[in-house]
Design a protein around this ligand. Structure first.
Ligand code: SF4
Length: 262
């Protein structure tokens, strides 16, 4: 089935070269922000967090043998997801990296777009791989560090051997502030959009892959329709609601442990 949406009109501004991608006229940036603020004035469905997973194929178009709905999102499509989430009120983008950050080059454009166009905070969750020296160099060079947080389990940064100046510049938060097995002290998934690396939406990371909590694909409908559809699962049932490693990096959990984020 052909995707219902891939490229929206506003993406025409992104057809420019990489070098001018972020040199948008200030008025255009301001208008996007005003639209986001107008839309988010209705607090009942206000989204705060966009949490997305990235793997090694995350930004490569099409994988042979897979249908459109299963293929990973392109950079343009990720940017559109960020735009839509921002228009719903999201002010945090958390990316959970299952592979070294250096293998996900195009994601830097997505992070920069979120920070510069929507003034979003960006969390880089180092999920399973170690953070490498070359990753640190790219983060330091590319992102607005005031709007960047590294989320990592203890020990995940040891290979990066951060220098003193890097330790001062990079703010690191625990990716797992709560013990596994406890009831999550989280804000719940109702104000969060969770997208896996193939663009499939689930209620939250805890239930990724569980069909009962599949909310659709970002190609299926506008995010606003998905987050406001009362027939979709916006809560996790009590019998599953315990902290597991799948909660690592969850912004709805981390927000309750870092005061500046509340
Ligand atoms: S992933 Fe875990 S911490 Fe996050 S909303 Fe779901 S249950 Fe709560």
């Amino acid at each position: 089935m052909a995707p219902k949406k891939t490229v929206r009109p506003k993406e025409s501004s992104r057809k420019k070269t990489d070098s001018d991608l972020f040199l948008l006229p200030k008025t255009f940036k301001r208008r996007i922000k005003e639209c986001a603020q107008d839309k988010s004035s209705d607090d009942s469905h206000k989204v705060v967090f966009l949490w997305a997973c990235v793997n090694e194929s995350g930004l490569k178009q099409g994988i042979k043998g897979e249908s459109d709905a299963e293929r990973p999102l392109s950079r343009e499509e990720w940017l559109t997801v960020v735009d839509e989430a921002a228009s719903l009120g999201a002010n945090w983008l958390v990316l959970s990296f299952c592979v070294p950050l250096s293998e996900c080059g195009d994601m830097w454009d997505v992070c920069k777009w979120a920070q510069e166009t929507h003034e979003m905070m960006v969390g880089l969750h180092i999920k399973s791989e170690k953070l490498l020296r070359k990753d640190v160099a790219v983060i330091m060079k590319t992102l607005d560090l005031d709007k960047t947080r590294l989320l990592a389990r203890e020990g995940a940064l040891s290979q990066a051997r951060l220098r003193e100046d890097e330790k001062k510049a990079l703010i690191v938060w625990s990716a797992n502030p709560q013990e596994d097995g406890e009831r999550p002290n989280c804000q719940g998934p109702t104000r969060m959009i969770f997208v896996n690396s193939k663009g499939v939406l689930y209620t939250c990371g805890l239930v990724e892959g569980n069909k009962a909590y599949r909310m659709g694909h970002v190609f299926d409908a506008k995010l606003e329709r998905i987050v406001t559809d009362p027939n979709l699962p916006h809560h996790v049932e009590d019998d599953l609601h315990y902290v597991t490693p799948e909660c690592d990096g969850c912004p709805a959990l981390i927000a309750n442990y870092f005061f500046e984020n509340q």
